[in-house]
Design a protein around this ligand. Structure first.
Ligand SMILES: Cc1cc2nc3c(=O)[nH]c(=O)nc-3n(C[C@H](O)[C@H](O)[C@H](O)COP(=O)(O)OP(=O)(O)OC[C@H]3O[C@@H](n4cnc5c(N)ncnc54)[C@H](O)[C@@H]3O)c2cc1C
Length: 468
């Protein structure tokens, strides 16, 4: 059980200004920012190599007002982005917290591209649910692996120590809760004591901790967890032990489109551009445009906890722009047919019901009928033969609740008083999605990883490099 040691004297093996726990997008961004201030920085990462949920992700970061958007003549504003986030979380997230993050993220994207040559561009061929404008920034590879690779390359330009195979098991503070450092476990069972004037918690949430999921997100108890196994929830356990405030622990990102049994993410772009989801009876069961996060719950509510993504050749071409989609296709997850009847037979759904479902979608697109689930079917996005199906299930991707942080990304007590030398960013901090799965607007995960990462790193760096 990870804990907190309170002592007046800490004998350490190594001493640094900033200790960053976790080497995903949040930790790497924080390390770059801290190291620029002149602070000595060490990243402790429990795995043998840097990955985290970041490397498993699609690597898409939403931001409004960046140079990349400007270069692509995309008109957007922080106010519209803020309104989109708040509409999705139904005004349950803290307004000031969301404003700080929305203002920070374009600066972070521009800083990473100008200072570290990370060539972000904006996906501009479809809109993710709830986003008014094109604002999903991505590296040329359009993958989370690519994002980690570019951040890791940037880290090499700075004097940062990256220690892998180092699991932080205990935080060490003095009697005033000032950070003194941490105790770490090496794979050979030995312990290492690292002294640090500031600690940045960048170790994500608790998606991989079944006990914490059962306690806070019981609806995902038996669901497939699709995030990184290192996300064991230490940040919230340490926070609890310190008496820090924890918020929105029932909030999370789900996804209703993981190819089953292949376990590969199938992009939601297919749904946004005309695809539909049907259950094993061949019936639609929701408005696919509400969002892929809450769709996890809808899919898990269907017979055998599965659904079928139905799309056509035009959408298959769109999907092939994504690495994961190509992997799904290579794994044989795509089922192709020349007619609706043939597809019904191949996926074993009742043909008459399935044909009726598709005929109804035609009527919604033609304006003859209104979709009872409330989706707007655009005529230009009608499905035409040949058709495709992928069997999918719902999954838990990552948790969105966590430690409440202030504008400096310092963690806070329930009365708002910050812990001066303990910071949190990414999935370790409470995000901007509120307490419910439906509050997750696409990209809310990496949004807080990068924006809070830069804030935490620069504030911790300035504070500690001045202290020597
Ligand atoms: C399949 C998938 C697709 C996604 N796609 C997107 C997307 O396109 N856009 C988006 O915004 N979000 C997406 N997300 C969410 C996104 O991946 C996360 O929100 C984001 O990566 C969080 O970054 P992080 O740095 O906080 O955590 P991570 O990247 O998980 O990094 C945390 C690191 O901390 C390490 N760690 C944990 N505990 C300790 C410890 N005690 N000691 C040492 N190290 C420790 C872990 O091993 C891990 O490497 C996706 C998630 C999944 C699963």
């Amino acid at each position: 059980m990870p804990g907190v040691v309170c002592t007046s004297k800490f004998n350490a093996d190594i001493e640094v200004d900033c200790l960053i726990i976790g080497g995903g997008a949040a930790g790497l961004t924080a390390a770059l920012a801290a190291s620029e201030t002149g602070a000595t920085v060490l990243i402790a990462e429990r795995e043998k190599r840097l990955s985290g949920s970041t490397a498993l992700s699609s690597g898409l970061i939403p931001a409004a007002g960046t140079k990349a958007q400007n270069n692509q003549s995309i008109v957007d504003s922080k106010d519209i982005f803020f309104a989109d986030i708040m509409a999705k979380n139904k005004n349950t997230a803290d307004v000031d917290h969301v404003k700080i993050i929305v203002s920070q993220i374009p600066r972070t994207i521009d800083w990473l591209s100008e200072k570290y040559d990370i060539a972000f561009h904006v996906l501009d061929n479809f809109l993710y649910p709830g986003h008014t404008n094109h604002r999903m920034h991505t590296v040329p590879e359009k993958t989370g692996v690519g994002l980690i690779h570019h951040l890791e390359t940037a880290i090499l330009m700075q004097d940062v120590t990256v220690a892998t195979g180092v699991q932080v098991i205990e935080l060490v503070v003095d009697e005033t809760d000032k950070a003194l450092g941490a105790i770490c476990l090496r794979p050979d069972g030995t312990h290492e004591h690292i002294a640090a004037a500031a600690i940045i918690l960048a170790c994500n949430g608790y998606g991989a901790n079944p006990a914490l999921i059962a306690e806070h997100i019981p609806e995902m108890n038996d669901a497939l967890y699709f995030g990184h196994p290192g996300n064991q929830g230490e940040a919230i356990l340490w926070g609890k032990a310190l008496g820090a405030e924890l918020l929105h622990l029932s909030g999370y990102q789900g996804h209703g489109s993981v190819a089953h049994p292949h376990g590969i993410l199938v992009t939601w772009a297919l749904m946004m551009e005309g695809g539909i989801q049907v259950n094993a009876k061949g019936e639609r069961f929701s408005n696919e445009h509400n969002g892929y996060s809450e769709q996890a719950v809808s899919v898990l509510g269907q017979e055998e906890k599965i659904a079928f993504n139905i799309f056509d050749e035009r959408l298959a071409v769109l999907g092939r722009g994504f690495d994961d989609f190509n992997k799904a296709e290579e794994s044989g997850a795509l089922i192709k047919a020349n007619s609706i009847e043939e597809l019904a037979s191949k996926i074993s759904v009742e043909p008459a019901t399935f044909c009726k479902t598709l005929a109804k979608c035609e009527q919604y697109a033609g304006g003859d009928q209104v979709d009872p689930f409330g989706r707007n079917f655009e005529p230009r996005k009608r499905l035409t033969a040949p058709y495709y199906a992928v069997k999918v299930t719902g999954a838990l991707f990552h948790t969105q609740g966590g430690l409440r942080v202030n504008r400096n990304a310092q963690i806070c007590r329930p009365n708002g008083v910050p812990f001066d030398t303990i910071f949190a960013c990414g999935g370790a901090a409470c995000g901007v999605s509120g307490p419910d799965v439906s509050g997750y607007l696409s990209g809310n995960g990496l949004l807080t990883a990068l924006s809070l990462g830069q804030i935490a790193g620069s504030k911790a760096g300035i504070m500690t490099s001045r202290s020597y």
